[in-house]
Ligand binder design. Structure first.
Ligand SMILES: Nc1nc2c(ncn2[C@@H]2O[C@H](COP(=O)(O)OP(=O)(O)O)[C@@H](O)[C@H]2O)c(=O)[nH]1
Ligand SMILES: [Mg+2]
Length: 237
């Protein structure tokens, strides 16, 4: 399987210095796309330097911090123009263990979307403050109740899509940007009847750099599930 791993970045200099070589070393059929939002710390520049040395690594530069959701949409549009069979979402900060990539690839053979889930075998989150864990955990229960989706970890950001899924979704219609982006993508896939499978991962909080979680991101995750429910009622999704 040829795959493309999309890594959105904003100020992840020290992380990508280690992460990108590690991803490239996994398998010659793996390509990586960094989507950088003009990080002030020079992440984009380092990514360019690494890309100059490796033809399997590419970089998409955007003019400023435009949000995670639109970074992925830009990456997805890039991906479906390439010769790849599946497309990954992955954080740059090592919360997502690169060693799990082969597990995703094993599963994507027999389904359409694979989600690396923190909540299917107990709670597999390491080093998060309790407040953050509770927020995430209850956000997932809330989303299940409001939308009717049965996914256990619907805000997870370590995922793999078959390319056909991304080709069939209306990427220009996707409106949410933070954790809600993950919820909306899952909802769109679920409504289209795609086979979604969760596999357990262990999520470890970042050691380097800072989180970009904000109030706005949380607010969005509160109302988007209701908007999705409405879209479903109106049969628009
Ligand atoms: N391109 C881009 N990447 C972003 C943006 N916001 C967050 N990211 C990246 O998305 C990933 C997850 O963000 P992070 O701050 O670690 O979220 P957290 O793990 O939920 O605290 C990291 O690789 C970030 O660098 C953004 O606005 N644009
Ligand atoms: Mg993180």
């Amino acid at each position: 399987m040829k795959s493309l791993i999309i890594v959105p970045t904003y100020n992840e200099l020290e992380n990508i210095r280690r992460l990108l070589p590690e991803l490239m070393a996994l398998d010659p059929d793996i390509r990586v796309l960094v989507v950088d939002d003009n990080s002030p710390d020079g992440t984009g520049k380092l990514a360019d330097e690494l890309a100059a040395e490796n033809e399997r690594l590419s970089v998409l530069h955007r003019p400023g911090k435009l949000g995670l959701g639109s970074a992925y949409v830009a990456g997805f549009k890039y991906a479906i123009r390439q010769d790849v069979d599946c497309v990954f979402e992955m954080d740059a900060d090592f919360s997502h263990d690169p060693a799990m990539i082969p597990r995703f690839l094993e599963q994507i053979d027999s389904c359409d979307v694979v989600i690396g889930s923190r909540y299917i075998s107990g709670i597999n989150v390491v080093n998060w403050p309790m407040s953050r864990l509770l927020l995430s955990y209850f956000a997932n229960i809330y989303t299940r109740l409001v939308t009717g989706m049965t996914i256990r970890d619907t805000t997870a950001g370590y995922k793999c899509f078959r390319r056909e899924v991304l080709e069939q979704l209306d990427l220009d219609e996707v409106r949410s940007d933070g954790y809600a982006f993950q919820i909306e993508m899952n909802f769109r896939c679920w409504r289209k009847g795609y086979r979604i499978r969760e596999i357990p991962i262990i999520f470890v909080d970042r050691r380097s750099g800072t989180s970009k979680l904000s109030r706005g991101v949380i607010n969005e995750a509160v109302w988007i599930p209701w908007w999705l429910r409405l879209q479903r009622l109106l049969r628009r999704m």
